[in-house]
Design a protein around this ligand. Structure first.
Ligand code: BG6
Length: 370
């Protein structure tokens, strides 16, 4: 059932082109209008919401962070992302005009379920983004957008994460269409670019995997790894660090690249391994330039800089110990590609250390206690 792969994790990483394609399948009608499954919320109500709060735990919460950049940009609806357990116990301000988006692979995470219940008691509507049909969170929500990643067996999430991000984009595009389509051209481009993502992930797996396998072997004994990202690269950095903690039991931290000089730069020492996720240059020159200067800052202090950048971004080479190039796409969609080498790196490094990548110590696939 591992389909010839060494582990479920390996298989699930390679399932990602399909998982993304399946999550996109059948969502658009002939006029290019989006349709969502199990939409039991009146569209007039969705037009009038004035705030979105995304709640989730773990990897799903990082998918939520990506969602925030996309939804705020396309829909101009204030969007917050919060860990479900923090949301639940801080007396949050939610009401009939709040839309809650609860993201959960299993649909059984107790912290997220409790937060859903709490929000509904305050009158908020809840849309669940979930990978498991008929599980508790979708059953207790007002609408569901299913990710079609297929069963995810490995404890640490990979293909569910990418599918959650895709589902969030779909929701954002749907709301943007519903509320007047201000960025019509951009949205059409994004929809087109989304369709190309599965083939790009496949190309990444075919062409870059060996480079990442070699990188993991080279850094097998490293004690600490830092990840820097900006904009949508920030949640990617957080997810890269989480994968490494979960699978390889290595101390790893993700930072917003802009925070570097406000503290984390003190950690940089000779030989410190730092991954830097560089945003596309396309249309966002200032963002790109800022991250490039972050690479220089850590490099000047002796860091080994592993740079994830878009194909064609030759400028970064001179500052990088190593560059992993990923295919070009729309800025907001970049996490669907930039995450993949980080997943592979964590899996390979853990494998090199002789660890069980499917069942890391102390972790459970779904945490059904608060
Ligand atoms: C953790 C899993 O226990 O729960 C993570 O190990 C997952 O992989 C998190 O991201 C949230 O789970 P779910 O099912 O709510 O997405």
């Amino acid at each position: 059932e591992k389909g010839g792969f060494a582990s479920f994790m390996d298989k699930e990483i390679h399932d990602q082109p399909q998982a993304v394609a399946d999550t996109l399948l059948g969502r658009f009608d002939l006029e290019g209008r989006l349709t969502l499954d199990d939409m039991r919320i009146d569209e007039s109500l969705l037009k009038s919401i004035d705030k979105i709060v995304v709640i989730a735990c773990g990897t799903a919460a990082y998918a939520g962070q990506v969602a925030r950049y996309a939804i705020e940009h396309w829909c101009r609806i204030p969007t917050e992302v919060e860990l479900a357990h923090e949301f639940r116990y801080r007396d949050p301000v939610v009401n009939e005009k709040t839309l809650i988006v609860a993201i959960s692979q299993s649909g059984e995470t107790m912290d997220t379920l409790m937060a859903v219940r709490h929000a509904r008691e305050q009158g908020a509507k809840v849309i669940a983004i979930c990978n498991t049909y008929g599980s508790s969170i979708p059953r207790e929500s007002d609408a569901v957008l299913y990710t079609h990643a297929g069963p995810e067996i490995a404890v640490a999430s990979t293909k569910a994460f990418l599918s959650q991000i895709v589902a969030c984009y779909l929701l954002g595009l749907y709301l943007a269409q519903l509320r007047g389509n201000k960025y019509r051209d951009e949205i059409e481009t994004v929809i087109r670019e989304l369709q190309e993502i599965p083939a790009k992930i496949q190309r990444l797996l075919d062409e870059d995997k060996q480079q990442v396998v070699d990188l993991a072997a080279k850094y097998k004994d490293t004690q600490s790894v830092l990840f820097l990202g900006r904009h949508v690269g920030y949640p990617v950095a957080m997810e890269g660090a989480l994968k490494l903690k979960e699978l390889a039991y290595i101390h790893a931290e993700g930072f917003a690249a802009g925070e570097l000089k406000h503290g984390p730069i003190a950690l940089i020492d000779e030989g410190q391994m730092v991954f830097i996720i560089v945003p596309s240059k396309n249309g966002r020159d200032s963002l790109h330039a800022k991250v490039v200067s972050n690479i220089q800052e850590v490099r000047a202090r002796g860091a080994n800089t592993i740079v994830i950048a878009e194909e064609g971004d030759e400028e970064v080479r001179q500052y990088a110990s190593e560059v992993i190039f990923v295919p070009q796409t729309a800025t907001l969609l970049a996490p669907l590609l930039a995450t993949v080498p980080l997943q592979v790196f964590a899996m390979e490094l853990a494998t090199d250390k002789g660890l069980d990548v499917d069942q890391p110590r102390n972790l459970a696939k779904s945490v059904t206690v608060e």
